[in-house]
Write a protein that binds this ligand. Structure first.
Ligand code: AMP
Ligand code: MG
Length: 403
C-alpha cells in the first residue's frame, strides 16, 4: 500500500505527464485573485519612472549639505508635481515622499535632520550622495518580465499587474470539477431526512474545497448505490475536467464505485493509501479524464481531498502543485495510535513560534463532522510511531481555509 506521500506523488506525476493546452479567458485584474496567469507580463516603462524620494525632507547636492552648513530653500516639490528645474548649487528644495528628485540633486536629507528658519535650512549631519531616493529604472527596466505564465495570482501579483497597467489578464480558465456523492441514505441538504437518512454534507464541503483549490465545482447531486445510476452519473461527470466521487469505495457489498468505473473502462493508479482516515481512496483515469473516489465518511473526504485532489486541481490550472500546509508544533497531550498507517487527527493549535501547541480533539471517528468544525488543523502521526509524549514536536497540517 502506498504512503500518502507516494500516493500524492503519483497524482502529481500523472497530471504532469498529461498536461495539455488549457482554455484561457480574459479576467479583469480586480477579479483575478486565485487565477493562474496564462501570459507573460512586462513593464510598460521604467520603475520608478523618475528618481523617487523615499523621505520627507530636502533635495540637495550632497557636497553642499555638510553638518553645520546652511542652504537657501528655493521651493517645494510634492508627489505628482512636474519637475523641470535643475537644483542650483548651494540651494535646496523641500521635497515630499513619492516626489521626483530634481536633476542636479543627488541626495534627500530627512526633515528630522534639519532646522529651518525662514528660507534658510541648517543641516545637522553630512548628506551622503544617493541617500533617501530610489533611482529611476532601478526596480525594473522598460519591457522587463515581471510575471510569467503559470503564476498563481495573489494580491501582490495583482498589484504588479495593476502597476504596469494590465486592466485585464489572460488567465487559465479554472478547471471544472464534477462532484458526485453516492449512497442510498444520502438526501439533499434542504430536505428533512428520515431517521435513517443522512444529509449530503460532502457535496458542500467538496465544493468549498474545490473553490479553495482554484477550481469551479459542478454539483451533480447524488447517485444511488446501483450500477445503472452510478454509471450514468459518472458518465456525466466525465464531461468535466475532473471527477470527484464521495462514498462507495470501501469493502461493503454496496460499495460499487470502483466496479462501475472499471466497467466504464477506468484504469487505477491506487485504490488504497496507508492513512487513517481515508484508507480506501481511489485515483484513476477514464479516457482522458482523471477520477478520484474518496471515502464517504466526511472527515475522510476532507482529508483525502486536501492530500490528493488539491494538487490535481493546481496542475489542471496550469501551475505547480502547492506544498501541503504542514508546520511543526508542540504536542499538548500524549498520543497513542495504532502504527502501520499515518494518522490525521483533528486538532486545535494555538500560540506562535516555540510556544505553538496543538491538542487533538475528542472525536467519534471519521464520521464526526461536528468535531472538525472545532479543529483548525490535523496532527500527523507517522505510521512508524505508536506513542508520542506530551511536549514532543509533531507535524501539523493546517486547514487551508484557516491559514
Ligand atoms: P461510504 O464511504 O459510502 O461507505 O460511507 C461512509 C459513511 O459516510 C456512511 O456513514 C455514510 O452515510 C457517510 N456518507 C457518505 N456520503 C456522504 C455524504 N455525501 N454526506 C455525508 N455523509 C456521507
Ligand atoms: Mg455508501
Amino acid at each position: 500500500m502506498l504512503t500518502y506521500e507516494q500516493a500524492r506523488q503519483k497524482v502529481i506525476e500523472q497530471l504532469t505527464e498529461n498536461k495539455g493546452p488549457r482554455a484561457t479567458e480574459q479576467v479583469r485584474v480586480g477579479d483575478a485573485l486565485g487565477f493562474v496567469l496564462a501570459e507573460e507580463m512586462k513593464t510598460d516603462r521604467e520603475y520608478p519612472p523618475f528618481n523617487r524620494a523615499t523621505r520627507d525632507g530636502y533635495a540637495v547636492i550632497a557636497a553642499d549639505a555638510k553638518a553645520g552648513s546652511t542652504l537657501k530653500c528655493t521651493g517645494e516639490i510634492k508627489a505628482g508635481d512636474r519637475v523641470t528645474k535643475e537644483l542650483q548649487v548651494k540651494t535646496c528644495v523641500q521635497i515630499m515622499t513619492g516626489a521626483a528628485v530634481p536633476s542636479g540633486a543627488d541626495a534627500v536629507v530627512m526633515i528630522e535632520h534639519t532646522k529651518r528658519d525662514g528660507d534658510q535650512v541648517r543641516f545637522e549631519r553630512d548628506a551622503v550622495a544617493g541617500q533617501n531616493f530610489v533611482p529611476q529604472g532601478s526596480e525594473a527596466r522598460t519591457g522587463q518580465t515581471i510575471l510569467t505564465p503559470g503564476t498563481r495570482l495573489g494580491y501582490a501579483e495583482l498589484a504588479s499587474a495593476a502597476q504596469v497597467g494590465a486592466a485585464e489578464l489572460k488567465c487559465a480558465s479554472k478547471p471544472r470539477v464534477a462532484i458526485l456523492s453516492t449512497g442510498d441514505e444520502i438526501v439533499p441538504v434542504d430536505t428533512i431526512p428520515g431517521q435513517f437518512q443522512i444529509r449530503n454534507s460532502n457535496s458542500v464541503s467538496l465544493a468549498a474545497q474545490v473553490r479553495l483549490a482554484g477550481g469551479t465545482p459542478v454539483l451533480l447531486g447524488n447517485a444511488m448505490d446501483r450500477e445503472d445510476d452510478l454509471a450514468s452519473k459518472i458518465r456525466r461527470g466525465l464531461q468535466e475536467d475532473l471527477l470527484v466521487l464521495s462514498g462507495g469505495v470501501s469493502m461493503g457489498k454496496y460499495d460499487l464505485v470502483e466496479k462501475v468505473l472499471m466497467e466504464i473502462g477506468a484504469e487505477f493508479y491506487f485504490d488504497a493509501v496507508a492513512i487513517r482516515p481515508g484508507k480506501p481512496a481511489v485515483f484513476g483515469k477514464c479516457g482522458e479524464k482523471f477520477i478520484f473516489g474518496l471515502p464517504g465518511n466526511p472527515v475522510s473526504t476532507m482529508v483525502t481531498f486536501e492530500l490528493f485532489v488539491a494538487p490535481a486541481v493546481d496542475l489542471l490550472s496550469g501551475t505547480d502543485a502547492r506544498a501541503l500546509p504542514i508546520i511543526e508544533a508542540r504536542l499538548g497531550e500524549a498520543l497513542n495510535e495504532k502504527p502501520g498507517v499515518t494518522h490525521f487527527l483533528p486538532a486545535h493549535m494555538q500560540g506562535q513560534g516555540a510556544a505553538r501547541e496543538v491538542r487533538v480533539l475528542k472525536w467519534q471517528g471519521s464520521g464526526d463532522v461536528s468535531a472538525l468544525s472545532n479543529a483548525n488543523c490535523f496532527v500527523i502521526v507517522p505510521a512508524t510511531l505508536e506513542k508520542i509524549g506530551a511536549g514532543e514536536r509533531v507535524e501539523v497540517m493546517v486547514r487551508r481555509d484557516l491559514l
